[in-house]
Design a protein around this ligand. Structure first.
Ligand SMILES: [Zn+2]
Length: 457
């Protein structure tokens, strides 16, 4: 087995690459967390100077009433943005999103001569394709769709034979799914069938983990994506339900040793967050056609997490971990808030909505991270408020999403250039870098249609 040393959770772990023998890019989060979860003492992105703290103090007003017209807006540049009538703010987000999309495409595609080293949605070229697809959905510009198809085609070739193939975010399944949707938009039935048959060739090895980025939940999510966007039954319901049931069976095995109804491990840690743990797995299971006793296991797992959260309202990154530090989509309250919001919708249970609102409050106070991306940055945390807004229709939630996006719009470029904000080890990627910021800006144009990429259907 190929061995590599990675950084994840709260300690250094020497683990095997999964699947064994796969030549994988570095795993998500390995550069993120050092011993005791602290940022490493020196950080190259800040010119060798350690950053103090993980987040900027949120000094934005709790709410700003929108002005009736742009002419009556006053204050500093950020406050002026926050005061803009929403249609005017949406124009700014659209312009910024499209400009940044151009930059991302240049940096990740044209400057590499169209060669693909990393094909994944997470940090690679198909993440750029996904951003192009989002731009097409917003503007109907066919150039974006054509370029998206070209990038996916290159990723398709590079990822053939990849053994890291089962998930949307980090595997070949994402290439097949995004390729299929782009082909559907382009009206290319032959290409659509190619991507669907490629997806059908993906097999889940028995030892595959259950989490979202590399495991069964990430495969299951791709099935739901295809059935939603290509058409019901694209992946037969019996197959989809069988995968969901297997995840439940696996979760019950490990749960036998604790009081949480379902539990999973990834590289020896019982993670709670969206990327590798309970939040991401429960989020995906909620779309499955489960029996009522299976649904009770999902609900019980979420209740266990609520009962055992930190006093601050944040959530441990893994079972039994301290201290209360990470406020990311991947680890901590933001990813769990998305899951709880969905649970309140699916199960019509106010307990979940209240807990989601508590988590969102924490994200407002501690979620203005010194990182830009979707996975562990401000862009991803903004989706907590977008998701609550979609469910509740409350303008306060839309304001908070707008505030995080306006913070990036107003200050992001300057903070990145001054080294105050980290733009990711892969600075233009979708999940770690400015690709995610572009995706958020485009989602802010029509917030009621926003979806956290690769996570919300
Ligand atoms: Zn992350």
């Amino acid at each position: 087995m190929t061995m590599t040393t990675i950084w994840h959770s709260h300690r250094i772990a020497s683990v095997g690459v999964h699947p064994p023998g796969a030549t994988s890019p570095r795993r998500p989060h390995e550069a993120l967390i050092g011993p005791e979860g602290s940022l490493r003492a020196t950080v190259p992105w800040a010119g060798g100077v350690a950053m103090a703290g993980r987040f900027f103090r949120n000094e934005m007003p709790g709410f700003v009433v929108e002005a009736e017209s742009e002419e009556t807006v006053a204050g500093d540049s950020l406050h002026r943005l926050l005061s803009l009538p929403y249609p005017k703010a949406a124009d700014r987000f659209l312009r910024a999103g499209l400009d940044l999309k151009e930059k991302v495409v240049k940096e990740t595609w044209f400057n590499h001569g169209g060669r693909v080293r990393d094909f994944t949605v997470y940090t690679g070229a198909v993440g750029t394709a996904y951003l192009l697809l989002k731009a097409y959905q917003v503007t109907n510009n066919k150039n974006d769709l054509n370029l998206c198809s070209e990038v996916v085609r290159a990723c398709d070739i590079v990822s053939q034979g990849s053994r890291r193939d089962v998930t949307f975010i980090c595997g070949r399944a994402g290439v097949c799914a995004i390729g299929a949707l782009a082909a559907k938009y382009a009206g290319d039935v032959t290409l659509l069938n190619h991507y669907l048959s490629s997806f059908r060739e993906i097999h889940l090895p028995p030892q595959v983990p259950n989490e979202l980025l590399y495991g069964r939940a990430g495969y299951l999510w791709t099935c739901f994506f295809l059935n939603k966007h290509i058409g019901d039954g694209t992946v037969p319901s019996q197959h989809v339900t069988a995968i969901a049931r297997e995840i439940i069976v696996q979760g019950k095995k490990l749960a036998g040793r604790g009081s949480c109804p379902l539990m999973y491990e990834w590289y020896g840690e019982r993670y709670w967050g969206a990327a590798h743990g309970l939040a991401g797995i429960m989020h995906t299971l909620m779309d499955a056609d489960l029996k009522s006793e299976e649904q009770e296991l999902v609900k019980g797992t979420l209740r266990y997490m609520i009962q055992n959260r930190f006093q601050s309202g944040n959530y441990p990154s893994a079972e039994g971990t301290e201290p209360d530090r990470l406020v990311h989509w991947c680890h901590g309250a933001p990813g769990i808030a998305l899951t709880l919001t969905k649970a309140s919708q699916v199960y019509r249970d106010q307990q979940f909505l209240h807990a989601a609102a508590d988590a969102a409050e924490l994200v407002w106070n501690r979620g203005l991270l010194k990182r830009v991306g979707i996975c562990h940055g401000v862009s991803g945390n903004a989706y907590v408020f977008l998701t609550l807004y979609r469910l509740t229709g409350m303008v306060e939630n839309l304001y908070r999403a707008k505030a995080f996006a306006c913070f990036l719009l107003d200050k992001g470029g300057k903070l990145i250039s001054e080294g105050e904000m980290h733009s990711g080890d892969r600075p233009y990627s979708l999940f770690e870098g400015q690709g995610g910021m572009a995706y958020l800006f485009l989602d802010m144009v029509r917030p009621s249609e926003s979806r956290f990429p690769g996570y919300e259907l």
